[in-house]
Design a protein around this ligand. Structure first.
Ligand SMILES: O=C(O)CCC(=O)C(=O)O
Length: 253
């Protein structure tokens, strides 16, 4: 395991997306926000102060190529081991001059279990993350605390001792053990702060969004064998786990 990722629970990879990919991702994300308007993110969840896009796997092959990027999967494996799958693929925009501040949370309220870590989020910055525009905050090391801040802290919205802001320039990738206490912050600027969340889980957990049900058949037909495996398209265990709860939309649960 990468020592920083193991110790802190996150790893910052500057300049991960080249300029051309960054340009294409931004342009498609903006196009989707425009097309979807007020229903943007509705297949997942609506969040005051932050617009989302959901089910990106169905909205451009560039998103699926990103989620199956070998360099990303290399780091995700360090958190989850080899038995991993894509859980959801969404975007989140901390809206200009908005209170997009989230309570500290662990994704889906999950704690590590006797098999270890079960969730890993990769945050891909489409804009610079700065102290003013809604950067991610996190409390390094808390992925090992075995505690859920929503239950443990008197007020998980308040700053905590040891808390840091994860800042970086557009194109940076953040590999985050999603058991780490973290949350988005308020965007006090006049510009949006856009990011893609490629979220992965262990294969024995349900997907946050049941890919096989959400993707159009034409999209499924275009997947490579590796992508079919990553999205658990032919996986009876995933069908059993995910069919019951096809959209686990709360970031706190
Ligand atoms: O976009 C971000 O800054 C992080 C958001 C987050 O942690 C979440 O939605 O669970």
């Amino acid at each position: 395991m990468h020592p920083g990722l193991d110790r802190d629970g996150y790893l910052i990879l500057p300049n991960f997306l080249g300029q051309e990919l960054l340009r294409r991702l931004r342009s498609r994300v903006d196009e989707l926000y425009e097309e979807e308007g007020g229903r943007a993110g509705s297949e997942f969840r609506l969040e005051p102060g932050a617009r989302r896009l959901a089910n990106l796997g169905d909205k451009g092959d560039l998103f699926l190529d990103l989620a199956s990027n070998p360099a990303i999967l290399h780091y995700v494996r360090q958190v989850l081991g080899n038995e991993l799958k894509l859980s959801s693929l969404n975007a989140r925009c901390a809206d200009p001059r908005s209170n997009s501040h989230q309570p500290l949370h662990v994704d889906q309220g999950l704690l590590p279990d006797d098999q270890g870590n079960s969730v890993c989020n990769v945050v891909l910055m489409l804009d610079d993350f700065t102290p003013d525009n809604g950067a991610l905050r996190a409390v390094p090391g808390t992925h090992k605390s075995g505690q859920n801040p929503v239950h443990t802290l008197a007020n998980p919205s308040e700053p905590q001792p040891g808390e840091i802001l994860v800042t970086g320039t557009a194109g940076t990738a953040v590999i985050m053990n999603a058991h780490l206490w973290h949350g988005g912050t308020a965007n006090r600027t006049t510009q949006p702060r856009r990011a893609i969340h490629a979220f992965y889980c262990r294969r024995d957990k349900p997907q946050q969004q049941y890919q096989k049900r959400l993707l159009k058949q034409a999209t499924i037909d275009r997947l490579t064998p590796e992508q079919r495996h990553l999205l658990a398209i032919d996986d009876p265990l995933n069908d059993e786990l995910s069919a019951a709860t096809p959209n686990m939309s709360g970031f706190l649960r």
